[in-house]
Ligand binder design. Sequence first.
Ligand SMILES: [Zn+2]
Length: 352
Amino acid sequence: MSSNSAPSRRAFLARSAAVAAVPAAAALAGGALAGPASAGTLPGYAPVPPSALGPAVNAQGYFAGRVEKNLYWVTDGTYQAAFLTTRDGVVLFDAPPSIGHNLQRAIDEVASANGVPGTVTHLVYSHHHADHLGASSLFGRDVTRVGHAQTKVLLARDNDPARPVPDVTFQTRRTLHVGGERIDLAWHGTNHTPDNIYIHFPDHGTLMLVDVILPGWVPYDSFNLNEDVPGSIAAPATALAYPWKHFIGGHMGRPGTRADLALYQQYVADLIDNINKALVTVDPTPFFTRYGNNSWAAVKTYQAAQVAYATAPVIKKYTGVLAAADVYTDSTAFHILESIRLDLGTGSQIHP
Ligand SMILES: [Zn+2]
């Protein structure tokens, strides 16, 4: 696919979508951002490798492309959804609010070009998060929403009118048959969230698993905010056990390949190796000597030193390979370090 047309416009739109996606984070940082930002004083980062970027978005701010046969993906450069056209209507997979009304525009573009109905009849939820489902209500009440049983529980809790609860739920597996097409849904345990599912298109050589592997990019802040770190580390192997060629990760500007999952696994394995080294190598003494009875100051600076020790070789290795390795590797390493400490018990010592 072309990755060279209108790069500055694409970058601007991707950035706009990314910013639109995290208004809460910006609001939380309001103190720091309240003054006029000066681009010249903001930190510099390594360039994004061309391999991380996808096709340019159009004037409306989206790109819709064929994955295989009648399966399509749509992106705004930061978020992704997918849709399957059938003789009886369209099955949509996720409805990110940042793509919003462009979802139906993308569907109409494809459906009219292929002479198939463009009405969305089914909407499959990958997981309950608002940044992937917040445009669900645009599709009205007549759409059959499908999701994991826990997605229904969590959406009922969140009570967000933009994300109606699913009408059809399942616990472990469910096969959907719509207009002669087959979609296999499965839950293989918690990972990013307790309800995140694997969406397999056996006749389209495609797997969709959202918010775990972001092809071309390191994970978002704090290891994608994954609720279950061991479950998220294990998820790519579960994904690779399926037969597929194309991967929809829910984020950034392009679909993925099996090589993208292997690269992600290596990045995480390298982080774990270096975190384990940091846990036994960085000497805590100076931090506790310096901060005395302020235990949190000592712990914070000690752990920051462990993270810096662990990430330096990883950032060096992956800069130019995975986009934003120098942006988010530290926060992801901290999240994994805490899981190694708290889930695995590494470094725990019983007082003699
Ligand atoms: Zn999520």
